[in-house]
Design a protein around this ligand. Structure first.
Ligand code: FDA
Length: 393
């Protein structure tokens, strides 16, 4: 016998579960189909196991999309405070780490538990280990053939996420479904991802793997101040992950090694006050010593401060303020936190997430061409877009 639902949601991740809860609370019969052996795997691994579940400073400016206005309506109607309210009702302890980023005190497992408890009380059925073989429009509604049988539904919600971390269940299935129903999919690429170096730049830094310090990273007009970590393959850390979403191979990337300071002022002050001290010693007071030493071996001449004339000081200040890092690429989807690009929002209603051309078809979360910065913004988009669809279907 074919079972019938008001909504069948493809993907039991952050967006799919929120959509299911919202629709279930409205009395809708909802089925969540998840092909992995458990729901919310990315929630479990997020935030170093503590899930950075939202950001209290969320604004539309924290998102990348071909249409920067698309995210506004959903974000305005489901704010971080709505999600915090759910977290508090479930007595999950949390704290602010920095810049509005909220993390669980204990474990991200509590967020998945909360979502599953909410699903249960809203009467949502969740099927894990359920692989979809075929989706067809039935006019009205949809028929979905799976390894667990055939389901019919009035609404079909695509919440299957992006391509990052294939080992966690990521698949291109959402894009395939979008194309099947005539939607455009904008080119995808890895975002919030470590950058790789090759050749000389890699040789110059690889043995400093593990060294981290505060920088300001700039590319294509975007600027992020936070820490940078040298890895054995290139560079990572929050400043690099953030800028990676705005950078593509071949684009210029510059790193201010003395963020918040005027490099020329710093050098001139050292020259006036400590003329006998060598540059590498003084830089080693502001930067990790090993990195300061490498800077003075490769990019800057190391001498006692008194020996530099003003033009040389200016050149050195320019290098410190805009250290040219030549990245060759990114680590790709294997380690990326998100996928940039995806289902073109031009074909989707920003208030309901419903397809403009196919009635009853919805797209939510990361499968859409909406990508947040690092810091809880991606989950906030998943909650907000899931809530918008769950309220409308
Ligand atoms: P999500 O990927 O969560 O869920 C999609 C679901 O669909 C998955 O369960 C998948 O198995 C399932 N699926 C895929 N294909 C299917 C198919 N054919 N049939 C059935 N099911 C299918 N964000 C943030 O805000 N704060 C943070 O701390 C972090 N940390 C973080 C760490 C790491 C390591 C990663 C990789 C990512 C993050 N993120 C994050 C990003 C965040 O995890 C991501 O943006 C959201 O999980 C997106 O939610 P979705 O529900 O759209 O996709």
């Amino acid at each position: 016998m074919v079972e019938h639902y008001d909504a069948l949601i493809v993907g039991g991740g952050a967006a799919g579960l929120m959509c299911a809860i919202t629709a279930g609370r409205r009395g809708k019969r909802v089925l969540v189909v998840e092909h992995a052996n458990r729901v919310g795997k990315k929630i479990l691994m997020s935030g170093g196991g503590r899930c950075n579940f939202t950001n209290t400073g969320t604004t539309p400016e924290n998102y990348l999309s071909a249409n920067p206005h698309f995210c506004k309506s959903a974000l305005a109607r489901y704010s971080p405070w709505h999600f915090i309210d759910m977290v508090e009702r479930h007595r999950i302890a949390y704290h602010e780490k920095e810049l509005g980023q909220l993390f669980c005190d204990e474990s991200s497992k509590l967020i998945v538990r909360m979502l599953l408890d909410e699903c249960a009380s809203a009467g949502v059925r969740v099927e894990t280990g359920c692989s979809i073989e075929q989706v067809q429009a039935r006019n009205p509604g949809y028929e979905v053939r799976t390894n667990r049988g055939v389901f019919r539904s009035d609404a079909l919600v695509v919440a299957s996420g992006g391509l990052s971390i294939p080992a966690m269940g990521a698949s291109g299935f959402g894009y395939q479904l979008a194309r099947q129903f005539g939607h455009d999919v904008l080119p995808t690429r890895a975002g919030l991802v470590p950058l790789t170096l090759s050749g000389r730049p890699l040789e110059q830094l690889a043995d400093l793997s593990g060294v981290a310090f505060a920088v300001t990273a700039t590319s294509n007009g975007q600027v992020f101040s936070n820490s940078m970590l040298i890895t054995h393959r290139g560079v990572s850390g929050p400043a690099i992950l953030q800028i990676s979403s705005y950078w593509e191979p071949g684009d210029p990337l510059s790193i201010d090694l003395l963020p918040g300071r005027d490099a020329l002022d710093v050098l001139q002050q050292w020259q006036a006050e400590r003329p006998a001290a060598e540059l590498k010693t003084l830089l080693g007071e502001l930067l990790p010593k090993r990195f300061a030493q490498r800077l003075c071996e490769v990019w800057l001449p190391n001498r006692p401060m008194r020996q530099y004339n003003l033009p040389r000081l200016r050149e050195m200040a320019a290098t410190l303020a805009a250290w040219p890092l030549v990245a060759s690429g990114t680590e790709g989807y294997r380690t990326a936190e998100v996928t940039l690009g995806g289902v073109d929002t031009a074909g989707v209603s920003s208030s309901t997430m419903e397809s403009r051309q196919v009635p009853g078809l919805y797209f939510i979360g990361e499968v859409l061409d909406v990508t947040g910065w690092l810091g809880g913004y991606n989950f906030q988009w998943a909650w907000a877009s899931g809530h918008a669809a769950g309220s409308a279907l």
